[in-house]
Design a protein around this ligand. Structure first.
Ligand code: BGC
Length: 784
């Protein structure tokens, strides 16, 4: 089961008929003529980059000049693949084929595979007047056929190279399957674990999310969009979507301007700087106005201040949804508001295709606005090389040799290992002792070959992942007895991208076998957590504790063998205080992708020393949500002996596991924290990190600051640097971090960036809670 909104596999485009007149020649001729002209015009006066830009500009302008209004609007119209070329089309898709042939569609989503994309492209290129190729987009969120960990899991690697590697292979496979464009990365900074889409992002911190989102963009796009192994990225969802009230998907968002600028926008800005080719806006309102109609963020900031020259696609019918929001009277008004606000392409909303021409004729939409949007779409197509060869990505042979290759799988295993977080390891339960003779592998997710693929699994083959049981068996060898029992089912419903989940709350028939397996084994690996479709779009939860009978199963096993390692699978932080209190070891493995079982075995047996750190705070309970490390101080921070301070009377303020937390099989010591502020433009922070344990290990050293006093209240901690360092047992290293005005300032409510003088705390350590602290003064002279 892959992403639901994709084409019905039985609905494929029929072979393009022999009477198609190829427009490819026309396009190539046009491209060549323009190139020659431009090169001769500019060769002597410009550098080569400028020549390229001018070639692009001249080409796009010339083409635009040939287009009718209808054809222009067509470029802004995106449709999904679900229409039937050989039988009756669903009602809403009737006429799609004719529109494609007439060049009245600019993009399709959910057409996947070399053959289907080739056929759809031919339909357009060989029939339409100008033969402008389609751009094919798809949700390639964590791999195309070879699955990598869900993005939240990858973020736990705190490693831009790892994240980039994953995106580059996803791009390679997607390109080989005829795709040009992924609707990723999602870079919504999320603080609410109830929101199911936190699984698609990089967690709660703007600094970490900025670095990782930019790395993802670089991974998808490589050095050059025209390179056949790369695809265009899409920075989404612009903006504020993760701040849906009460974590309920699509819900209202109410944020201050300072939060917008300091928390939500930084990853977008970083991704624009990294060259993100496209943007997607979001379903939510921002201060009362739907994002699709938000001129301030789309025109003023993105296309203005940030200099973004790609295009913005709406989210799925987000323009149409403005009517339901109560922001537009009808679809026509929604179209008017959205195009004027800078939403360039309408995904499945039919707002532009139905009303833009009328709006132009009525003088409500200036043709310059349409031209600008169309230019942006054509420019991205040009950069992808589609005018040179519209079919270049659609090659069945290349597709066959590329998807799910050994190399791709081995990269997936590497990324999966780096994403695992060791949450608890009492008495060094892990890695498993070399002399062990029997292991129970138990739990509803223990031999699940599908769950590790996670949600948003693109073209993954159902049940294709290496399960925990398979991974453990493969590594344990013949001398270790593996006693497997499922214990219970987690869900009773079919796995399905769009359907609600029903949990098993009654069937305990498998408990006895699980208890027996645990009883006769030295150690138990208990694989529990979430169903893979429990997180993702539309998957908000009011309760993030483990569902169904899982805790009961844990208790039953614990009663006979407390030597339990919990192998957690989940796409969001879960509230597991009881497990933390009892189980001696807990491994956070998210949904690790195709090679999950092998990666888990690598860690369980100590072939890989875990180094992942949580990119999101894990609360103790639902009631603590939203809980995040970079909160503001209140006027009553406490603690106090009486009740009048900011706290709960029935629970600690502290999370179960803080942001940045994660253990290793070795120990690290931080020492000698020092700050040199003699050059206020580049404050030097140094610390000594030592591996004081017995084995080689990798630590993510984290640096936080606190601006003690400012014109706007600042967070009690803000991540402003980290380094991932591998040290042998006993080895130590001096680490240096540099703080400049980029790290020390903040945006005010007018969106202006400022650095203010005063005292700052600098904190360095192993997570956002266990830190060494120093202070320094940023003088007034320094910030002038
Ligand atoms: C989601 C987007 C996704 C789009 C296309 C929307 O419902 O919000 O993230 O890219 O559908 O599938």
């Amino acid at each position: 089961m892959n992403n639901s909104k994709q084409t019905n596999p039985s609905v494929t485009l029929h072979e393009a008929s022999s009477q198609y007149q190829s427009n490819t020649h026309k396009i190539k001729w046009l491209a060549k003529t323009i190139v020659t002209l431009t090169v001769s015009l500019f060769l002597f006066s410009c550098g080569s980059k400028q020549v390229e830009n001018n070639e692009e500009e001249v080409f796009v302008s010339e083409l635009l000049g040939k287009m009718t209004l209808e054809e222009k609007i067509g470029q802004l119209h995106q449709i999904t693949s679900q229409w039937n070329m050989t039988g009756p089309a669903p009602e809403y898709a009737q006429g799609h084929e004719e529109r494609l042939k007439s060049g009245l569609v600019g993009s399709m989503l959910n057409v996947i595979g070399a053959e289907a994309t080739l056929n759809a492209q031919k339909l357009v290129v060989e029939n339409s007047r100008l033969g402008i190729p389609l751009i094919f987009g798809y949700d390639v969120i964590h791999g195309y056929r070879t699955m990598f960990p869900v993005p939240l899991g990858e973020a736990a690697s705190w490693d831009p190279e790892v994240v980039k590697l994953s995106a580059s292979i996803a791009a390679l496979e997607s390109a080989a399957a005829g795709l040009h464009w992924t609707f990723a990365p999602m870079m919504d900074v999320g603080r609410d674990a109830r929101w199911g889409r936190v699984m698609e992002g990089a967690g709660e911190d703007p600094y970490l999310a900025s670095i990782l989102s930019a790395a993802r963009v670089r991974g998808f796009q490589g050095e050059n969009l025209a390179d056949q192994k790369t695809i265009a990225a899409c920075a989404k969802h612009f903006a504020g979507y993760a701040f849906a009230e009460s974590g309920k998907d699509y819900n209202n968002v109410d944020i201050s301007n300072a939060t917008l600028h300091n928390v939500i926008l930084p990853p977008f800005k970083a991704s624009t700087a990294a060259g993100a080719a496209t943007y997607m806006n979001s379903f939510n309102t921002i201060q009362g106005l739907p994002a699709s109609a938000n001129e301030y963020i789309q025109r003023q900031l993105l296309k203005g201040d940030w200099g973004f020259d790609g295009f913005v696609v709406s989210d799925w019918n987000s323009i149409g949804e403005m009517v339901a929001h109560g922001a537009a009277r009808d679809l026509k008004e929604a179209a008017n508001m959205a195009i004027n606000a800078g939403s360039d392409m309408d995904m499945e909303g039919n707002a532009y295709t139905n009303f833009l021409a009328e709006l132009v004729e009525e003088g409500k939409v200036d043709i310059k606005i349409i031209d600008d949007a169309v230019k942006r779409v054509l420019t991205v197509k040009y950069r992808l090389g589609l005018f040179e060869d519209p079919y270049k990505y659609s090659n069945k042979e290349w597709e066959k040799n590329t998807l799910y290759s050994l190399g791709n799988k081995s990269a997936a295993r590497k990324v999966a290992r780096e994403s695992i977080v060791l949450l608890k390891n009492e008495e060094n339960k892990l890695p498993i002792s070399k002399s062990i003779k029997s292991i129970a592998v138990v739990g509803p997710l223990a031999d699940d070959k599908d769950a590790p693929l996670g949600n948003w699994r693109a073209d993954a083959v159902a049940n294709s992942a290496v399960s925990v049981l398979e991974g453990i068996k493969a590594r344990a060898g013949k001398d270790v007895t593996i006693n497997y029992a499922k214990g219970c089912d987690l869900v009773t419903s079919e796995r399905n991208f769009a359907g609600e989940i029903k949990f098993n709350t009654t069937d305990r028939t498998g408990f006895a076998a699980a208890v027996a397996a645990a009883k006769k084994s030295e150690i138990v690996l208990l694989a529990i957590g979430e169903d893979c479709f429990q997180s993702g779009e539309g998957r908000s939860q009011a309760d993030i504790r483990l569902k169904g009978l899982q805790m009961e199963l844990f208790d039953a096993i614990y009663a006979v063998n407390p030597n339990i390692v919990i192998v957690l699978m989940n796409g969001r932080p879960v509230a597991i205080p009881e497990l933390d209190a009892k189980a001696p070891a807990i491994l956070e493995t998210w949904f690790l992708g195709s090679e999950a079982g092998h990666a888990i075995a690598d860690v369980v047996f100590g072939d890989h020393n875990p180094s992942g750190k949580l990119p999101m705070t894990f609360p103790r309970s639902n009631g603590q949500i939203p809980i995040y490390y970079n909160a503001m101080n209140t006027g009553r921070p406490g603690p106090k002996n009486e009740v009048f301070w900011s706290h709960y009377t029935d629970q600690s303020n502290a999370p179960l596991y803080p942001f940045g937390y994660g253990l290793s099989y070795t120990d690290f010591k931080y020492d000698n924290l020092a700050v040199d502020s003699s050059d206020p433009s580049a404050i030097q922070v140094s610390v000594t990190l030592q591996n004081t344990g017995a084995v080689t290990g990798t630590e993510v050293a984290q640096l936080y600051i606190r601006d003690q006093f400012a014109s706007l209240v600042r967070p009690i901690k803000e991540l402003k640097g980290f380094q991932k360092v591998t040290l042998k047992s006993g080895e130590s290293k001096d680490l240096t971090f540099t703080l400049t005005e980029k790290e020390l300032g903040f945006y005010d409510n007018e969106g202006s960036y400022k650095v203010e003088d005063g005292m700052f705390d600098v904190m360095v350590g192993t997570n956002s809670t266990d830190l060494l602290t120093e202070t320094f003064l940023l003088t007034a002279e320094a910030v002038q």
